[in-house]
Design a protein around this ligand. Sequence first.
Ligand code: CFM
Length: 469
Amino acid sequence: MPFKLFEVDREIPDREKHIYVKSSSDPEGDIPLCNTKTIPGCMTERGCAFAGAKGVITGAIKDALHVIHSPVGCTAYGYGTKRYPTSQDMPDGSRFPIENFNLKYITGTDLKESDVVFGGMDKLKRCIIEAVKEFPEANAVYIYATCTTGLIGDDMDAVAREVSNEIGKDVVSINAPGFAGPTQSKGHQVANHTLFETLVGTAEPPETTGYDVNLIGEYNIDGDLWVLKKYFEEMGINVLSTFTGDCCHDEIKWMHRARLSLVRCQRSATYIARLLEEKYNVPYMKVDFFGIRYCRENLMAIGDYFGIPERAEKVINDRLEKIEPELEYLKEKLRGKKVWVFSGGPKNWHLPEPLEEELGMEVVAVSTMFEHEDGYEKIKKRVREETVIVDDPNSLEMEEIIENYKPDIILSGIKEKYLAHKLGVPCILIHSYENGPYIGFEGFLNLARDIHASIYNPVWEMLEFEKVV
Ligand code: CFM
């Protein structure tokens, strides 16, 4: 019986289909039901489609100004939600005047009842023009529909066209109101298609080389992109565009000129890689740089693709030499510790094997907010027998997972962290990281250090309440 109804779900039996306990004897197609609306009655941890568009894809762009067409709540919610720093370096060698502009500012239309009744398009126009006056350094404006404006039916695209002519800058209209899909994943898809259709192919890069790649689905969480970029630089590979970590607006426009796209986050960004291949014949390769083995294999694959395997080997050997002694020590300390991984989607299939093979840990539970079938198939292949795999867990299920599977640590997000702490369980942030970056060789060492520091923190021995595990 692969599917499992948790005790806390007796009143919502539909949850059973979303919770699967791995058994190799099951048919391949047995995976949790996923990418469907959250069942009423569940306190979900998911985000909305607007969050997926702005909070994941476009919010990482360093020189764009964001105008959220919403009551003030969505604008506030869209501010500073993701930890993706940006440098001031621009492709033409100039410097963008404001550091971390993408993290510091957001603007919005602050819709009121009268706007809902009479329409908010004029207000949106005014707001864009005022915002551009306030931030003349911005090279483009991105405007966002939200639930309210989706419902009243404001024509965002018409406003974008009109104002773009007036201000002489691109205005990109993103139509992913919160309700556009069951999760933030829908917003990823909309943003990919919008950027492809409105921007790609509209500008040429300052120069090209025979080793140009697009690094797609890499958002520079706590500096991840900079780790990878360094590897590529050392290999003589030029990152022509990132989508979208630390990138500028123009980089999106010249993605069609790359020789190869490397797809890092395969949930949020495979869409644009496919579109680039279909329309511009830019092939793409799915890559994984979490953990030692994947990092080594994938750098080698890229080296082989460009006929420069010895350069990849050099990067690998150089990094391994630096991290191996400490990693060995940490592996001894972490051996046998139980872990529950809960992220949006992909990190749930990136991490189980590295945690088990390279740190000696035991993954007892895996859960995702918005993974689709392909991701769950990978998760199922990569976890051991009897690991519980939960789609869109609700808060009560999370407590039941802690009670039944007794993880020594939880890798999750900020919303879950304090629930875990209240139950006396260490927890580190796997979305935005604690002391990242977590990608690449040195990133994996950072992750191991943070897990170690959290599990062995003496505070867990000082709790005055009874621990549940
Ligand atoms: Fe891709 Fe991401 Fe993820 Fe993601 Fe996210 Fe994220 Fe994530 Mo949080 S883009 S799907 S929407 S790898 S913010 S950096 S950690 S849920 S698993």
